[in-house]
Design a protein around this ligand. Sequence first.
Ligand code: MLT
Length: 428
Amino acid sequence: MPESAKLNCGDVELDLPVIEGTENEKALDVSQLRRETGLITLDEGYVNTGSTRSAITFLNGEQGILRYRGYAIEDLAQNCDFVEVCYLLIYGDLPNGEQLAEFRSAIHSHTMLHEDMRMFYDGFPRDAHPMAILSSVVSAMSTFYQDALDPANPEHVEICIHRLIAKLPTIAAYSYKKSIGQPFIYPENDLTYCENFLRMMFAVPCEPYEIDPDFVTALNMLLIVHADHEQNCSTSTVRMVGSSNANLFASIAAGVCALWGPLHGGANEAVVNMLTQIMEDDGDVEKYVAMAKDKEHGFRLMGFGHRVYKNFDPRARIIKAACDRLLDKMNIDDPLFHIAQQLEEVALRDEYFVSRKLYPNVDFYSGVIYRAIGIPVPMFTVLFAMGRLPGWIAHWKEMHASKNKRICRPRQVYTGENIREFVELSDR
Ligand code: MLT
């Protein structure tokens, strides 16, 4: 591969340096393009645009590889707990025992919400979407911790990180409790991260609650496989908002909003809704496959295909195996799981899906596990957000530490009207 590519544009000949990453992926550096030629690049949806250099997550979509800080997702999902993976993503290395104990204890000391923050929940309608509550309450954290918001102050950033990781499960569980009219359950700091979340979700003050270790294992795995995915829509949003030096809470709240969309994190909810629709329609999988292939119909199979994975999504494989194990162990015969399996089988052998590389992605099976754990459908994307939080934080931090940091400010190709004569209201 040459060290640069030549671009001839009118009289100007420009050398565009080839930038190479540590896994040999290559990019053309176009940073001098506008200055030298007056041109910009146009890449709608950023399909070919590298927005940054990053040392956090490596992803090879052709080979189905996903690594956090160099560690294979399969190894992390099998051997780590989520808090360890948070540490890895945010600080760059797996923690030793002492570092991990210190990190856990920092998180444990921030799990409660300020009592006034609990009052917000009184103002939300009972049927509010929990992603709306999550982004609002995360954003409102900047009103409670005004003395520690400076992105340039490492101590402020550190405490914001602890507060976010500690409080997100509490904020999330309270949104569910609000929706069903049950009392909020305070966090219990002797429990692990996932145990604590399950207890806050499902315990009631009048009965003992036993935490199912299989649910804890499944939840831990799900959080880990969702923890980062390089420059996806919500992470890019967090970087974009953070690039203006907005505080960490504001940046993460924006990431939550970006994740909410059905084309991004909201897809897991959309998958279960689609499977339920098929089940209620006599489980006629073939009919829905035909509808998906019919351009006129506009029906889209949710949870299939991915912008960057071209062969398989390694996360989907991990989740599917865990899903098989969990349903088997619990002896659950979930009709949605059967429909999901049939849909997968049809799609994987049908030329239409094969040629378009539409295979199940991370969202396809995660909903089935969430259901088995008893997580209600509107909370699925909230769980995705809990998982993605360390990735967002790691990227926000990496961006601030970069010597190349500038406010993100893309250009555009204007396609509107040329200058027009102003017309008075009375003459229009
Ligand atoms: C993600 O994990 O963020 C999704 O798979 C979407 C993406 O990477 O573009």
